[in-house]
Design a protein around this ligand. Structure first.
Ligand SMILES: [Zn+2]
Length: 270
């Protein structure tokens, strides 16, 4: 589904498959700041994803499994995490991890596809950690909830498209604060676009006003998420708001064709 973020299968929209090596170049945007050798990051156990249980939980404790220190930036790996990693077209959480007065700023979080280990990249603002330390994790909730609203809006768009009779298979999705969109398979003729955008906006407004609860259930151990009352939820590892009402305000900003697909761009009010 367009709004989906398959837990074990990052979508094309999330960029290249996330490998520990890729973290080096993507985390700070400057590979020189980052540890050169990530060889030791292979063979890590998968991280227990606490963020999947409750979007609104902002704190947790976790044990440090490994630290890879760079000259300026480091990677901290813990046994479990409250931080949602980048993936499925959704940006990662940010926040802090602390042990006493030792403080690590979490700037970007990625998931190693091969192992399921979640890598917290960032900077020690004070002191450092040791393996075995129990850290207090705290997520920046302003960004967390904003990202959850934008991502949930992607799911909502799928439902609104179906509601107005545009039964198209969702493709790529991009759920960032700037330039969010979902693509649907098949082009839409330029003559039809204005009418579709008008109907789509009305359907979206109605779904938000109806304040429909988000449903999350496990099927064969895979988390399925249903937004805006769709019967069949889809597999998704993203963060979602409790109900459509919490998306608050969503505007369709553009409808255009991108190669063989129709791309619906949207924005969510800060
Ligand atoms: Zn989702």
């Amino acid at each position: 589904r367009g709004g989906s973020n398959k837990p074990n299968q990052p979508k094309a929209s999330s960029g290249n498959p996330i490998k520990p090596k890729a973290v080096v170049s993507t985390t700070s945007g400057d590979s020189k700041l980052f540890p050169r050798s990530n060889a030791s990051l292979t063979g890590l156990p998968s991280t227990n994803p606490l963020y999947m249980d409750d979007t609104y939980r902002n704190k947790a404790e976790a044990k440090v499994i490994q630290i890879v220190s760079g000259e300026q930036e480091s990677i901290v790996i813990t046994d479990q995490t409250i931080f949602h990693p980048q993936g499925g077209g959704q940006p990662s959480d940010e926040g802090t991890m602390t042990v006493g007065s030792n403080n690590f700023e979490v700037k970007k979080v990625t998931k190693a596809k091969e192992t399921g280990a979640i890598l917290h990249a960032g900077v020690f603002r004070r002191g450092s950690f040791r393996e075995g330390d129990v850290v207090s994790q705290e997520v920046n909730m302003t960004k967390r909830i904003f990202h959850a609203r934008i991502h949930s809006a992607g799911h909502l768009l799928d439902v609104a498209m179906a509601k107005i009779g545009e039964q198209r298979k969702p493709g790529k999705g991009y759920h960032y604060p700037q330039g969010a969109y979902v693509e649907y398979i098949g082009k839409i003729d330029v003559k039809e676009r204005d009418a579709i955008v008008t109907k789509l906006q009305a359907a979206i407004d109605e779904l938000i006003k109806s304040d429909i609860a988000t449903k999350v259930e496990l099927k064969n151990n895979i988390r399925h998420v249903s937004v805006a009352g769709v019967e069949e939820g889809c597999p998704c590892g993203g963060t979602h708001v409790r109900s459509t009402g919490e998306i608050k305000s969503m505007r369709v900003t553009k409808l255009k064709n991108n190669k063989k697909n129709a791309r619906v761009s949207y924005s969510v009010e800060v």
